[in-house]
Design a protein around this ligand. Structure first.
Ligand code: MF3
Ligand code: CO
Length: 237
C-alpha cells in the first residue's frame, strides 16, 4: 500500500509544479496519467463508476469530482487535485488544494484550515481511539474557523478496493463509532466550504459544487494505523 501511495505522492509533486496560470486541467490529467503509466500503475479513478479521467480537478466552488477540461487555470484560482492509483493490487488515494499563482487571503485561510483539519485528524489515528474522534476533530476545527464541512461525501477505508468500510465522515460526535485498530488504512478527506455545506451536482453527473457558490477546499491522505501510531502512506518519503 505504501508503494501505491508513494506513486500518488510523486504525481502530486509533479502536478503542483505544473499547476500555474495558463495550464489547462486536461494537461494536468495527461501528466498524471503519463507518470502513472511510467511507474506501471493504473489510474484508480478512470472508469470507476464511469468516471472519465485519471484526475479530479476541482476549481474554486467545485468541492470534488471536477472533470479535467480545456479550462485554463488563472491567477487566484484554487484547485483541488485528487488522484489515485492501483499498484500491485493495492490502492493509493490522496488530494491537495493549491493556489494558482497568488490567491486571496480568504482562500489561503480556507486551505490552511482544511489542511489543519486533516493534520489534526491524523494526529488522533491511534489504535483504541474511536472513528468519530477523527470525524469530530475535523468538524470542530472547521466550524471553529467559521466554515462548514461537507456531509454528502466521506472518507473511506482503502486497500484492495478504492472504497472499503468504514466510511469516515468529516462530522460526528467524539467517543462514538468503531475503535481504530492497527492494520487499518483509512483515506481521510476533509472537504470544507467557506459558506454553507449544501451541495449540487452539475449535469455531467459528477462535478459537485457548493450550493451557495462559495469556495471549497479538499485535502486527503491515506493513513495506516500502526503499532507506532499513524503512518501517512501518501506523504512523499
Ligand atoms: N478521492 C476520491 C474518493 O475517494 C476520488 C474518487 S473519484 C472517482 O473517493 F471518480 F473515482 F469516483
Ligand atoms: Co478518497
Amino acid at each position: 500500500m505504501r508503494d501505491a501511495n508513494q506513486i500518488v505522492a510523486e504525481v502530486h509533486e509533479e502536478l503542483k509544479q505544473r499547476a500555474v496560470p495558463g495550464t489547462t486541467t486536461r494537461e494536468l490529467d495527461e501528466l498524471a496519467e503519463r507518470i502513472a503509466i511510467k511507474r506501471k500503475a493504473k489510474c484508480a479513478f478512470k472508469g470507476y463508476r464511469g468516471y472519465p479521467n485519471c484526475l479530479c480537478t476541482s476549481l474554486n466552488e467545485v468541492i470534488v469530482h471536477g472533470i479535467p477540461s480545456d479550462r485554463v487555470l488563472k491567477e487566484g484560482d484554487i484547485l483541488s487535485l485528487d488522484f489515485g492509483v492501483i499498484y500491485n493490487g493495492f490502492y493509493g488515494d490522496a488530494a491537495v488544494t493549491i493556489p494558482i499563482g497568488q490567491s486571496s487571503e480568504t482562500a489561503e485561510n480556507l486551505m490552511r484550515t482544511t489542511e489543519k483539519c486533516l493534520d489534526k485528524a491524523i494526529g488522533l489515528m491511534y489504535e483504541g481511539n474511536r472513528l468519530a474522534d477523527v470525524s469530530a476533530v475535523i468538524q470542530g476545527h472547521a466550524e471553529k474557523n467559521g466554515y462548514s464541512v461537507v456531509r454528502d461525501f466521506v472518507g473511506h477505508g482503502i486497500g484492495r478496493s478504492l472504497h472499503e468500510d468504514p466510511q469516515v465522515p468529516n462530522y460526528g460526535k467524539s467517543g462514538t463509532g468503531i475503535r481504530l485498530k492497527r492494520g487499518m488504512v483509512l483515506a481521510v478527506e476533509p472537504m470544507v466550504n467557506l459558506g454553507d455545506w449544501g451541495i449540487r451536482i452539475l449535469k455531467d453527473g459528477w462535478t459537485a459544487v457548493t450550493k451557495d457558490g462559495s469556495l471549497s477546499a479538499h485535502f486527503e491522505h491515506s493513513v495506516a494505523i500502526t503499532d507506532n501510531g499513524p503512518c501517512v502512506l501518501s506523504k512523499l518519503q
